[in-house]
Design a protein around this ligand. Structure first.
Ligand SMILES: Nc1ncnc2c1ncn2[C@@H]1O[C@H](COP(=O)(O)OP(=O)(O)OP(=O)(O)O)[C@@H](O)[C@H]1O
Length: 303
């Protein structure tokens, strides 16, 4: 009984047993991953589905309505939420921001259909771009309000599970468009790596991510326990760099600096670890971090 559908069911059942969410919403794009997730979840717990219509592609409203209809046929209360995609960072990033804002619930968990292949791509992209351990550690199974029960299930398995259920998932044309880095990674790089390493690459990359998450969590706990004055250079400069960066990150987040990337953090850390009188570090949200008289401070940029 280890067909694709039963593999998906086992993964979702394990997730629900482990985390026992009070309420469950499934985020459904209409693609095979989230559709398989919705179908299996519907059979296990009372849940609802939300389909986000970004309004970016022609016919997006019909695609969203068809996905919602399928969810209803599967026994889920389903609704389509239309969002306005605006803001910085390109349409992909803006769409993701709008989607996540629309999905953020009042309570309970929102289940996403990210698979082991998504995880592998995230890790490999991070490695290729020189990202920090936080990015390379990939996505977490539980990161409230988000839950990702399928992180150990392959994309091939979710597609086969849909076929087993007689469901016809929507194929996002973006997923085949070689102008997207992720698509080329998926279609060109990963198959080559699979060939060179004789298989098991997605699984191996997902294991790397899981190990890094453990290391990250341990360091984060140490950073949380730091009770010195993190603005005083003398109190943080002797910390190991990995710990110091985490202490600084916590301080910046407490100062309400949003969306802090690894490269921002490295530059703030350089105010301590590689000090040569450099100027302020510009940060997201209109902030700047500076060092003066042996102290760090973060303040809004004067317009
Ligand atoms: N239009 C949508 N409506 C509802 N949920 C969606 C939609 N698009 C994606 N999702 C949810 O997000 C999951 C991941 O989708 P996808 O891989 O396309 O997102 P992504 O842009 O890569 O997101 P992330 O930045 O979190 O990796 C899907 O399996 C589904 O659960």
């Amino acid at each position: 009984m280890n067909g694709p559908l039963s593999l998906v069911r086992t993964a979702v059942r394990r997730f629900l047993r482990e985390h026992r969410p009070e309420a469950v919403t499934v985020a459904v794009s209409g693609g095979a991953d989230s559709l398989a997730l919705a179908a299996v979840t519907a059979g296990l717990v009372p849940a609802r589905a939300v389909v986000v219509d970004h309004g970016l592609q022609e016919g997006s409203a019909e695609v969203a309505e068809a996905a919602a209809r399928t969810c209803r046929e599967l026994g889920l209360a389903a609704e389509v939420r239309r969002v306005d995609v605006t803001g910085s960072g390109g349409p992909e990033a803006a769409a993701r921001r709008a989607r996540y804002a629309a999905l953020r619930p009042e309570g309970g968990l929102v289940l996403l259909g990210h698979t082991r292949d998504d995880q592998a791509e995230t890790v490999l992209l991070g490695l290729g771009r020189g990202s920090g351990p936080r990015s390379i550690a990939g996505m977490r199974p539980l990161d409230p309000p988000w839950g990702r029960p399928l992180l150990e299930v392959s994309r091939a398995t979710t597609a086969a599970a849909c076929a087993e259920l007689g469901l016809e998932p929507w194929r996002d044309p973006h997923n085949d468009d070689p102008r997207y880095t992720r698509v080329r990674l998926r279609k060109e790089v990963l198959p080559l790596l699979e060939d060179v390493l004789q298989g098991g690459v997605a699984d191996a990359l997902a294991r790397t991510a899981a190990q890094l998450r453990e290391d990250n969590d341990a360091l984060d706990e140490l950073a949380e326990a730091f009770d010195g004055d993190c603005c005083a250079v003398a109190e943080v400069e002797h910390l190991p760099a990995a710990l110091r960066r985490r202490v600084l990150r916590r301080w910046l987040l407490a100062e309400r600096v949003p969306e802090l990337s690894d490269s921002h953090l490295r530059r703030v850390d350089a105010l301590v670890g590689e000090w040569r009188g450099q100027g302020g570090v510009w940060l997201p949200g209109g902030f700047v971090a500076r060092r003066a008289h042996g102290r760090l401070r973060v303040e809004p940029v004067q317009s």
